[in-house]
Ligand binder design. Structure first.
Ligand code: CAA
Length: 256
């Protein structure tokens, strides 16, 4: 069977490419299992400091697999591994960047939203078209979009199924950068390489701290940040970072 997720590595950056072109990278149970499994395999690897999730030039991912969903009974929905897929993604500690070209629709948009940053090609199209199918987003779309776009704009997209383009996504704060169509993957990998240069324990703690902002009120969020900061202060990398600064040289981080 062909790999539904092609995994490669360049230095400390892992690249995971969805590879199901005949179904526009629709998130079949098999593809979700491979993607979550590969991320879980890479997550504890100290050599991996940032992961990029990408599709093809034409499509990031067209959402959940409508063919598979159409045959699912209600009791199967309740037991379906899709629910744990989104939890498994949310549990990944390695910083993740979505490199989006073409369509990121439904579960595809939710997959991008589940990443920590998004780099989009000019021609990328985002949307939550589930309403057109008689359902609603089920992978965090209503929640994560509302946190970034606000209630009114999110309502428009989830109630009409209307798509929005990369420029709008950028203007609304969903996308970190919009790049020329041929450069989306290169730019995402360059951003990942910048993250991978950083001390990896601090990068993971920083990710954890920022994600807490989506969940909690300000004071407990600040308390949590303080604990994570204290952990960062216990690392050898912070000794190296501070010493290198004072010695006016480049730091060499070991992930310790
Ligand atoms: N699931 C299963 N198959 C899909 C699919 C999907 N989400 N999207 C596309 N495909 C299949 C098509 O059925 C078609 O298969 P056949 O060749 O066997 O007919 C093939 O991929 C090519 O599709 P198109 O001819 O439609 O390709 P296109 O390039 O003209 O259009 C597209 C691309 C705009 C992405 C279009 O395919 C599309 O609108 N797809 C559906 C998008 C959608 O509604 N996503 C939401 C899914 S529900 C969801 O995601 C729930 C959730 O939140 C968890």
């Amino acid at each position: 069977m062909p790999e539904l997720v092609e995994s490669s590595r360049d230095g400390h950056v892992a690249l995971l490419r969805l590879n199901r072109p005949e179904a526009r990278n629709a998130l079949s149970p098999e593809l979700m299992e491979q993607l979550a499994g590969e991320l879980e395999r890479l997550d504890p690897d100290p050599e991996v400091r940032c992961a990029v999730i990408a599709g093809s030039e034409k499509v990031f991912a067209a959402g959940a697999d409508i063919r598979a969903m159409s045959e699912r009974s209600f009791s199967e929905v309740l037991r379906h591994p899709a629910a744990s897929f989104w939890r498994r993604l949310a549990a990944i500690k390695t910083p993740m960047i979505a490199a989006v070209s073409g369509y990121a629709l439904g579960g595809g948009c939710e997959l991008a939203l589940a990443c920590d940053m998004i780099v989009a090609a000019e021609g990328a199209q985002f949307g939550q078209p589930e309403i057109n199918l008689g359902i609603i987003p089920g992978g965090g779309g209503t929640q994560r979009l509302a946190r970034v776009l606000g209630k009114q704009r999110t309502m428009e997209y989830v109630l009409t199924g209307r798509r929005f383009d990369a420029a709008d996504a950028h203007a609304m704060g969903l996308v970190n950068r919009v790049v020329a169509d041929g450069r989306w993957l290169e730019e995402a990998l360059a951003l990942a390489a910048d993250v991978a240069k950083q001390p990896p324990i601090a990068a993971r703690l920083a990710k954890q701290a920022v994600l807490v902002a989506e969940e909690t009120a300000l004071s407990p969020g600040i308390e949590n940040e303080r604990r994570l900061y204290e952990l960062a202060m216990a690392t050898e990398d912070r000794v190296e970072g501070m010493t290198a600064f004072l010695e006016k040289r480049e730091p060499k981080f070991e992930g310790k």
